[in-house]
Design a protein around this ligand. Structure first.
Ligand code: 2AM
Length: 184
């Protein structure tokens, strides 16, 4: 639970309008579950949990010093259900190397700045619904999502569910090069 002096932070990718439409389209076809609100759909890169002001500054510094991979297109092709938590999701067939690089470098930079992360390995996915069950519908066509930036997000729990706002954004590399990121 966040205290008045902490914020729940995570790094994430936020979908383009077209990718969001694709995500909402498949979410609507789920047989059961509590759907994630359209504005909240995202892919988590690294979950930091409750952070005080010092940890927030270290997280921003870590992201700024990152050697970002080039921009790329993420193709989401499959749906799945993680039965135990009841998470309905969409995911790429395989995690693209640029996404592996982004997450790996982010994890390393956060560790170097003294920010502990969940030990569980990264599994690229977008949560569509929770408390989901039943047969997952197949995508009618792959969702193509241009990944041009990543964001540091803060989450606040409200009576209507979680509310997310971005704190900072960093562009990925242009023209296939690998460069150091900075806030937009
Ligand atoms: P998800 O990626 O499976 O949806 C903000 O809470 C985001 O961080 C959510 O997207 C959530 O799950 C992800 N996340 C990862 N680990 C978490 C944890 N231990 N507690 C809450 N959210 C977590």
């Amino acid at each position: 639970m966040s205290t008045p002096n902490t914020e729940r932070l995570f790094f994430a990718l936020w979908p383009s309008a077209a990718a969001r439409r694709g995500l909402v389209g498949i979410a609507r076809r789920l047989p059961a579950g509590r759907r994630v609100r359209s504005a909240n759909l995202h892919m988590t890169l690294a979950f930091l949990g409750d952070c005080d002001a010092g940890a927030r500054v270290r997280a921003i510094t870590a992201a700024q010093t990152l050697a970002v991979p080039p921009a790329f297109t993420l193709v989401l092709e499959r749906t799945a259900l993680w039965r135990r938590p009841g998470v309905a999701l969409v995911a790429p067939r395989e995690t693209p190397p640029e996404l592996e690089a982004l997450v790996g470098r982010l994890q390393a930079a956060l560790a170097a700045h003294g920010i502990p992360l969940d030990k569980r390995p990264f599994r690229a996915h977008v949560t569509l619904a929770r408390r989901a069950s039943g047969e997952m519908p197949a995508l009618r066509r792959p969702i193509e999502w241009p990944i041009e930036e990543f964001r540091l997000m803060a989450s606040r729990l409200t009576a209507a569910g979680p509310e997310y706002r971005w704190i900072a954004r960093w562009p990925l590399g242009r023209g296939g090069g690998v460069g150091a990121g900075g806030p937009l």
